[in-house]
Design a protein around this ligand. Sequence first.
Ligand SMILES: *Cc1c(COP(=O)(O)O)cnc(C)c1O
Length: 365
Amino acid sequence: MKISLLDLTEQYKQLEQEILPAVTEVLASGRYIMGENVRRFEEEAARYLGAEHAVAVANGTDALFLILRALGIGPGDEVITTPFTFFASAETISLCGAKPVFVDLRPDTMNIDEEQVEAAITPRTKAILPVHIFGQPCAMDKLQNIADKHQLILLEDACQAIGSSYLGKMTGTLAKAAAFSFFPTKNLGCCGDGGMITTDDEQLAHRLRLLRLHGSKQKYIHSLVGQNSRLDELQAAILRIKLRHLDKWNQKRRELAARYNQAFADLPLTLPLEFTGTHVYHLYVLRSPHRDEICAYLEDKGIATGHYYPVPLHLQEVYRDLGYREGSLPVAEKACKTAFAIPLYPEMTKQTQDCVIQAVRGFYE
Ligand SMILES: *Cc1c(COP(=O)(O)O)cnc(C)c1O
């Protein structure tokens, strides 16, 4: 039997009866861009998260880029972020002409270490962009204190963490603005590319709406140089359906994670720690110095594993000129050598999970 990291076909099978009529309706409507589904998805997502404004965009990378652009971050500016994330978190900082400054991780959660952020602040620092890695919120209260003290803008890369919360507030409402991705494998994924920005700042929301649509509020009248970054009606219709299932799916992820934790408690593995708030387990990530042997063993038994992330961003070739070396950010570098994801998705049955548990235990027997 092959067990994959997640199974999107199983999710589609369960939702087919809901999705097909919604998709057919959009197809028959002739309205494919900026229609009723996008408008209503934005309302429903904002209400779900408790955010004042939700602005749907083409993907999570654009969500990050548009936030930075809308805030006027550019050449000469620095943005503090984590080296242990998907490339887009730093890529978008570079794309707007600013410089990413990487801060090492907390060893327990693998999120940015708030204790080390202050030392990385310079007169050029404009913003802090923490990433809620694998679905676990960062220590946003502590980061907000630092941001306030130094008059910096605090942001959120919430692409992996939709539905999680911290100190009773949903991720996406914990900073000036947040970026979400609806890439198919995310906890809330569409059937293509999609993304969203949330903010409580009305002026910022207005600027984001202009920027995503060629700087235009009224057709063919342009007040800004914007870009084309729209969510389409088909994706919005699908997301409206899936949003209604999200809490149930995240709860299922949490139950499966708790079951893994219990099953592995006596093994020499570093389990994902739930720090505070709710972790929504976008990925279930273990750590072991024998990572490569374990993964080879599991793959041999037909069980998929994933290396998140094989190379920390500060050691990527593209960032060679930033001056980081091997050893600059030791916790992140160690995480890249020891972390691995095993299958976890809401539709996973206990029997399937038991196969994974047995195989992991088998490695140690
Ligand atoms: C997926 C992801 C992104 C990018 O989202 P896309 O929709 O693929 O552009 C950015 N940051 C993080 C942390 C992600 O996981």
